[in-house]
Each structure stands twice: as structure tokens, then as C-alpha cells.
Design a protein around this ligand. Structure first.
Ligand code: ADP
Ligand code: MG
Length: 741
């Protein structure tokens, strides 16, 4: 017999026989506890759902944007959030197109007296059954206007409002919507039935619903107690109570994650590290050779780093800074400290191109010193590789630059004291921890953890960095080197290109240089390189005949690219015509113009990186974002969301050069997954928390986790044992350091 009512199987409830129990278990609900935690996916709330009339008006307003494409009102956000609409299906029709493609179209109407349409292309069988004329539905999605000006939803989420719920809806109750499968419905599980089951479960189990969050924390952070929160989530009394209940659930989810990070951070802080003296003759030598003084921010960050290195515990620090803030030199000086203490330094980049660039930067900076820099990447010839491995093993190599290949078992290091990870958001918290372990063992420092400095290439919004880098100490370069004035940015149309080219010629005559960038539409297509090539000839012979143009694209061999880049850096080319290969790392302070064709196709982070290639010297720099004259028509067949997003991106670039602000907008536009490149982003999945909109909550949960760990660093107080158990349930092996202490 299960000891707790909460662990009773759902069959315990009246009205649940074997068939419904099976349907429920397919939804992940086997016990009463799971039933209580089977939270509604969304709610039907008459007071917050919109009407077809209001939608039509807002969408028409939006459409006006395109008549004067680059001025935006506040309505720009409207289409980014889903809307919920309650409407009745009038008629369902099917079309078959010449190509044989079928479409299902339902006309809808609501009390506002306006009509609209739902359109379906896929799973027609399913929708044919679901869509019943006369039936009321909750419709959620992102509407558009069709050619005739009707509000249209393509593949919205659809939930029939059951007839017994219509009355509740009419009197203004907030109705939960549970995720119900077809199988569940067939087994007789309607929304209303499910609510009754939940009510029964609450009744039976209420007494046993203990809150895992300690009293003091609930009070300090004004959280609804769990039993009340669950009750409100299933049976909301009001929108406010529901909001508090959701907050409570999200808070717990984020609190657990922040506890995990906090425990990890504290765990690392307790570990034994290599005490390194910050006195470094090589660092002093380099500083004297630099043609500039460090900024105040750079000096402050170096102090923070030096304090870590001296502490006897391993450094575990994130270095954030906008494009051009001078992160590289900070990393190099840190490496020199490690080297002068008798250790090797390892620099890992996410891609071979970036590793290559770091390698050359280091070689250039350390030219004339007695320090030896080597590079380990894939595809090196075996003789060279053997030689490099030998230099690494013997300690003849002081700095080793590379990609993941750095951690292959064949590499034997000689006393590695510092690992610098230039990561461009490629690694998540957990991956990074594993990487660190791997480094520690492969580096062979007798269980003593090496110092780790992580550099992020692009600014990350603060709340997101609390999630991605919450286990690291943070240093921010919040100051650009002096004498840099912000790059002046202007969106121009293709018809204005002659004037822009004339402007560029003036800059070139004044001795400056320019980049002209073409989009890489798809890396597998050969078109982009060809397009650049075609334009190259035209630009060289027709537009810039008295200047020299270079051509750079991704299909060249690396040594060709390098030769061209070097020639540009030496001033042998005045104009560099390129694809986005120049996005990262290129540093030619004499270049003052960046012109980007089809700028509407680029993402914000990319535009910011590209623009970051200019404005690196003393002279005023300019960025031109070129787009089609008839933006509106150009995008006619495209997705309207994408059309608006493009406008917001271009406007943002015109309005600010602050990478952190740009990152915030990017997060709003794309969501965290896309922002960081979904696949490898390492962003943990959250069930309830929304990383885009829950920023405030994330900060508070972080704060709560810190308060908890200050009181009870290992979560051993009896009132914290429930949290400890939850951590272990949630994170499994990744929570093992709970026991390290
Ligand atoms: P990022 O932070 O984007 O990696 P870099 O490290 O590439 O920036 O530095 C950008 C440019 O600024 C480089 O040319 C670098 O030499 C230069 N730089 C770095 N620090 C300073 C400084 N304190 N004063 C002037 N120029 C600097
Ligand atoms: Mg850099």
C-alpha cells in the first residue's frame, strides 16, 4: 500500500475505471499527485480574450506600418503575443488546389459582429472531426489579415468550449484548459470531467499537500502556499489569484534551478585551486608594448581576475562585454600571469575559424617574446600534429589554442593552470560543468582544478545570463576604449545607393576603408558567393574604379582568406566585399564604413557583430543598412511576423549601439532558443518559466536561492530537506555535488 494518499493511483477516484486510467496515464497522470500537478495549459478568460472586431482594428493599424515602412508605433508588440479568441464556427469548407493540395477553411464569428477564418493545411482528418458548425471554440494563435482584410488564423490551437462550460464562460468564470488527447476524449475525459476529478483529488489529498518551500521563504517572497496555489490553478477565483498561483509555481521551478547553480558555484569555491601570483613580467612587457592604455573597466576586471587567481580556489568567471570592449587583451594578460607562474594556458574557441583568429592575434601580440603559441585543430597533418603534441607535452608550448579537439585523450598537457573558453553562448551550464571536469582530468593537475575564464562574444540580457551563467562570477567590461564615437547608422533604400556609394568614395579618398557585405542566404546554396562575385566585378569596375577591392567569402581556402584579410588590414585593399565570414574577430581600425545589403535578412546579433567591425579607431564610422524600396511588397508573400520583426530589427540598429539593449530586443523578437542557436544552446528547458517575459521573477528566485544557501549552505536543515529531495528528483546525477561537502 502506498503510504500517502498522494501516491494512490487515480483509479482510487470515483468515475475512473481501467479505460480512463489508461487514458490518463498516457497524459502522464497515474497518481493523485500527478493529477494535481497536471496543470491547465491555458485558460479561457472572458475578460482578457479579445474580439474579432478588436483584432481586425489592430491588424489594420499594423498594416499601415508598411506604407511608411520604417516608422513604428507602439503596436509593434501586438503580434508577438498569442491572442485568445472565443468564437463560433459557422461553416466548414474544403478546397482542393490544382496541385492536389487540400485546405480546410472554417468561417467564424463572435458577438462583436465581425467574421474571420481559420485555415488548415495539415491533419485535415483531425480538424474535420474537431470543427463542428455551431460549436463555440477557444482559438489561440497569431492572426493575420488575409487579402480581403479578414482576420485569419493559420493552424491555431483549438479547444471546443463544452456545452456545459458555455454557461460558466458567459457568467465570467475563468475556465482552465487541460491538454487532452483524442484518446482521452474518446475515453470520456472532457474538460469538465477532468475538473471534477481534480476537485475530488484535492478533497482527498489536501491535508497531505505540504509545501516544499520553507515558511520563512514563502513569507519573505510573498508566495502563495502550495495547496492554495494548486487550488487556484485548477479553479481560479480571479485573474489576480490565478496570477499569484502561477507565480508560485514558476518561482519554485526557477528557485530549484538557481539552487542548483548556487550549490555548484559554492562547491567550486570550496575546491582547491592553484594560487597564482599576479606579478607577471610578461604581462608588464606586453602592457608597455601596447599602443594604448587599458580602460578603467579593463583594469577593474583584471583586478577581479587577479584576486581569483591568488585566492587558492579555482577561478570560475564570466567575462562579458560589448563588441569592441577589449576582451581579448584581458584574456591574454590573464594567460601571461598563468605562464609566469609556471603553467600552461589553454584557449578554446567554438569554431576552427575563431580558433585560427585567436591564434594569429596571440602570435601578433606576443611577437618578439620568448613565448610559444601553438594551435590544435582538426585536419592537421600527422607529422605536424605529432610535433605539436610533443611541444605541448614537454611544456615547450606555453599557450595552446584550439577547438574541442583540445580535450582528445591523445593530448598530454604539461601543468595547465588556466582554461579560457571563448564560447559565443555555445555551452550551457551543465555542458560547461562537464567540460570543466574533462579539462581537469585531461589536464592532469592532480585533482586540483584549473582556473577557468569564460568569455561571451555577444552581450546577453541580464536575466538570461542568470540562467545560462548563474554558476559563474561575473565581470563586465562596461566601457569602450576612449575616442570611440558610436557608429552612425542609417537604413537606406536601394534607390539611394548612388549617394551612399559617393559617400563611401569620399571616405576612401580621406584614407579610410570600407566593408560591403552580402547576405549568406543558405550555406548549402552556392548563390551567395556568386552574388558577391558578380557584384564584386560591378563594384570594382563601375563604382570604385580608382580604388582596389578585395573579395572574401566562405568558399575560399583558409590561406586565401587569410591573405585577403591581411592585405585589407595592410591597406592594400580599400574596399572589402564580403559575405558574413567577416562577422567575428576581424579588427581593422582604419575601416570606417560598413554597408550591409539586404539588411532585413540578418538577425540582430549578426548585424551588431557586423557593425562592430567599424568604429574601432579614432575616426567617426558609419553603417548603412540597405533594404528594398518596396519593403512592403518585397515581403508580401513572406510571413507577416517576420516582416514586422525585420522592421523592428532595422529600427533598433538605427536607434542604439548598446549591445545589451540590442540583445534585449533580440530576446523579445526571437525567444531564447533562437537567440542562442537552438540546438546547442544548452538552455535548460523550463516547464513554466518563460525566459523572455519572466525576467523579474528570475532575479527574485536567484535572490531567494542565495538567501537560502547563506542560511543553510548544504540544505541540511529539516525544513529544507523537501527542497533537497526535489533537487535530486529534478536534476538527478547533475545534483550529485549535494553530497560533496
Ligand atoms: P572584443 O571585446 O570585441 O573581443 P577586442 O578585444 O577585439 O574586442 O578589442 C577591440 C579593439 O580594441 C582591438 O583593436 C583592440 O586592440 C583595441 N583595444 C582593446 N583595449 C583597448 C584600449 N584600452 N584602448 C584602445 N584600444 C583598445
Ligand atoms: Mg573578440
Amino acid at each position: 500500500m502506498p503510504s500517502s494518499v498522494l501516491e494512490q493511483p487515480v483509479q482510487y477516484l470515483k468515475g475512473v475505471g481501467p479505460q480512463r486510467a489508461k487514458a490518463l496515464s498516457e497524459l502522464g497522470v497515474r497518481t493523485l499527485r500527478e493529477l494535481l500537478l497536471f496543470l491547465p495549459r491555458s485558460y479561457i478568460d472572458r475578460s482578457t480574450s479579445t474580439t474579432l472586431r478588436a483584432l481586425a482594428r489592430a491588424l489594420h493599424q499594423q498594416e499601415q506600418l508598411f506604407h511608411s515602412p520604417l516608422t513604428l508605433g507602439d503596436s509593434e508588440r501586438l503580434l508577438y503575443s498569442e491572442v485568445t479568441l472565443i468564437a463560433r464556427v459557422e461553416r466548414v469548407r474544403e478546397h482542393t488546389y490544382g496541385s492536389g493540395r487540400q485546405m480546410l477553411q472554417a468561417s467564424i464569428s463572435d458577438d462583436s459582429g465581425v467574421g474571420g477564418f481559420l485555415i488548415f493545411w495539415n491533419r485535415l482528418d483531425y480538424y474535420r472531426r474537431l470543427l463542428q458548425p455551431g460549436q463555440l471554440y477557444a482559438i489561440a494563435g497569431r492572426p493575420t489579415l488575409d487579402r480581403r482584410g479578414y482576420v485569419t488564423f493559420h493552424h491555431p490551437e483549438l479547444e471546443p468550449v463544452e456545452s456545459e462550460d458555455e454557461e460558466l464562460y458567459r457568467i465570467g468564470r475563468i475556465l482552465p484548459k487541460y491538454r487532452l488527447t483524442q484518446a482521452a476524449r474518446t475515453a470520456g475525459l472532457s474538460q469538465a470531467r477532468l475538473r471534477r476529478l481534480v476537485a475530488a483529488a484535492l478533497e482527498h489529498a489536501r491535508a497531505e499537500l505540504a509545501d516544499p518551500l520553507p515558511e520563512w521563504l514563502q513569507q519573505e517572497f510573498q508566495l502563495l502556499p502550495l495547496p492554495q496555489a494548486l487550488e487556484q490553478l485548477h479553479f481560479p477565483d480571479s485573474a489576480e489569484q490565478l496570477a499569484r498561483a502561477r507565480y508560485r509555481i514558476k518561482f519554485e521551478e526557477m528557485l530549484l534551478f538557481q539552487l542548483l547553480l548556487g550549490l555548484r558555484q559554492r562547491g567550486v569555491q570550496r575546491e582547491r585551486g592553484l594560487p597564482l601570483s599576479p606579478k607577471s613580467p610578461h604581462a608588464r612587457w606586453l602592457l608597455e608594448r601596447l599602443p594604448f592604455q587599458l580602460t578603467r573597466a579593463q583594469r577593474r576586471v583584471l583586478w577581479e581576475i587577479a584576486a581569483d587567481l591568488e585566492s587558492g580556489h579555482p577561478m570560475n568567471r564570466l567575462l562579458q562585454g560589448d563588441v569592441g570592449s577589449g576582451k581579448t587583451i584581458v584574456a591574454v594578460l590573464t594567460m601571461l600571469i598563468a605562464i609566469d607562474n609556471g603553467y600552461q594556458a589553454v584557449l578554446m574557441a567554438p569554431t576552427e575559424i575563431l580558433a585560427e583568429q585567436h591564434y594569429h592575434t596571440l602570435r601578433r601580440l606576443l611577437e618578439g617574446s620568448d613565448l610559444h603559441v601553438v594551435q590544435l585543430v582538426g585536419g592537421q597533418n600527422p607529422r605536424l600534429r605529432a610535433e605539436l603534441l610533443e611541444q605541448i607535452a614537454s611544456g615547450a608550448a606555453h599557450i595552446i589554442v584550439g577547438t574541442h579537439a583540445l580535450f582528445e585523450s591523445s593530448v598530454q598537457y604539461h601543468r595547465v593552470g588556466l582554461l579560457v573558453i571563448d564560447e559565443q553562448h555555445r555551452f550551457g551550464v551543465l555542458q560547461r560543468a562537464r567540460l570543466r571536469e574533462l579539462a581537469r582530468s585531461s589536464l592532469g593537475t592532480n585533482g586540483i582544478a584549473p582556473h577557468v575564464l569564460v568569455m561571451s562574444a555577444t552581450p546577453i540580457p541580464r536575466t538570461l545570463s542568470l540562467v545560462l551563467y548563474g554558476d559563474l562570477d561575473l565581470s563586465v567590461l562596461d566601457e569602450l576604449p576612449p575616442g570611440r564615437s558610436p557608429v552612425q547608422t542609417k537604413v537606406v533604400f536601394e534607390s539611394q545607393l548612388p549617394q551612399v556609394y559617393e559617400f563611401i568614395r569620399q571616405e576612401l579618398r580621406a584614407g579610410h576603408q570600407a566593408y560591403i557585405v552580402y547576405p549568406l542566404i543558405s550555406p548549402s546554396e552556392r548563390i551567395p558567393a556568386k552574388a558577391a562575385t558578380e557584384h564584386f566585378e560591378y563594384l570594382q569596375s563601375e563604382v570604385f574604379p580608382e580604388f582596389r577591392c578585395g573579395l572574401l567569402h566562405g568558399e575560399l581556402f583558409w590561406y586565401e582568406k587569410e591573405a585577403i584579410m591581411r592585405a585589407f588590414a595592410n591597406g592594400e585593399y580599400h574596399v572589402l566585399i564580403a559575405t558574413t565570414v567577416i562577422e567575428v574577430g576581424i579588427d581593422v581600425p582604419n575601416a570606417t564604413v560598413m554597408l550591409i545589403h539586404n539588411a532585413e535578412r540578418f538577425g540582430l546579433a549578426q548585424l551588431h557583430q557586423l557593425r562592430g567591425r567599424v568604429g574601432r579607431g579614432q575616426a567617426q564610422s558609419y553603417c548603412f543598412l540597405v533594404t528594398r524600396d518596396h519593403f512592403r511588397f518585397h515581403w508580401r508573400d513572406g510571413n507577416p511576423q517576420e516582416r514586422i520583426a525585420a522592421i523592428v530589427r532595422l529600427r533598433t540598429m538605427e536607434q542604439t549601439t548598446d549591445g545589451f539593449r540590442i540583445a534585449e530586443v533580440d530576446l523579445q523578437l526571437r525567444g531564447p532558443g533562437d537567440l542562442l542557436g537552438t540546438r546547442q544552446s544548452g538552455i535548460p528547458e523550463f516547464r513554466y518559466v518563460n525566459l523572455v517575459t519572466d525576467g523579474e521573477l528570475i532575479s527574485r528566485a536567484r535572490h531567494a536561492a542565495q538567501r537560502l544557501l547563506e542560511r543553510d549552505p548544504e540544505l541540511r536543515h529539516p525544513e529544507h530537506l523537501a527542497l533537497r529531495r526535489l533537487l535530486r528528483e529534478r536534476f538527478g546525477a547533475d545534483a550529485r555535488f549535494l553530497d560533496i561537502a
